[in-house]
Ligand binder design. Sequence first.
Ligand code: NAD
Ligand code: ZN
Length: 255
Amino acid sequence: MIAPLTDPLLDRAASLIRDSRAGLAFTGAGISVESGIPHFRGAGGLWTQFDPYKVASIGEFRRDPAQYWTYSRNHRRTGAAPNPAHLALVDLQRAGHLRAVITQNTDGLHQKAGSTDVIELHGSSHAVECLDCERTYPRDRIDQLNRQQSPPLCPGCGGRFLKPTVVLFGESLPAQPLQHAQALAEAADLVLIVGSSLQVYPAAGIPRLAREHGAQLCIVNAEPTPFDRMAAVVIHGRAGEVLPAIASRTIPSAG
Ligand code: NAD
Ligand code: ZN
């Protein structure tokens, strides 16, 4: 049960964002739930139905890539569109309140909405790499092959290990986006956290690092998180409702 939005919390969030000079957004799967993409942890999350170590670990992928691609064929949502939460972040960034959007999501919806300087900590589900020859392919092309045969085979070398660039359990995060995010976090004065359980590391270390360097945290999430007690403002609600309300208070012309 989500508590009704109260104006003082929204006003406080808006004033923090308005006063910041080096703001960041940090987003997780919860921001895309209202676009029809399920999140992992917490009420209604995918991990209440599937074992993450079976469908999303590099060890299982290398053992049996067909299992991964069969799951993908049956469960992958295509054609998702950005929702009002993604669009509110675009408005905040265009108004000069956010330097970058650091995301754990792999769905590409921030870029589709129009955000710039999007840092993907966990890779992208739209790009597929061959682990044998390192060629990369657009996901649509490999999805098409996967409809004929699982696992799809690399068009370049015939290898069986075509993998979306998403970071699976057991893999490290790509170094360059992580370092970029860390540098931004050290310089940030505010992090607007949206739709993340803040339980997945090293990603959750980014807002923590920002906090250690003096940034204020503003959290918008459906459920409590372990960071709530360090935050200046915590709003428990749906991102698609809360973020437009914050944006319209921050930039009077938005929404
Ligand atoms: P998570 O699944 O651990 O947590 C999502 C959080 O969002 C939960 O705490 C939940 O209460 C909250 N939430 C659910 N619906 C919401 C809504 N409408 N508004 C606001 N909050 C809502 O997600 P995470 O913290 O991003 O970490 C999980 C990992 O899963 C990440 O590594 C990410 O790469 C990956 N993932 C990505 C996608 C995607 O690309 N859309 C989807 C699922 C998982
Ligand atoms: Zn190949």
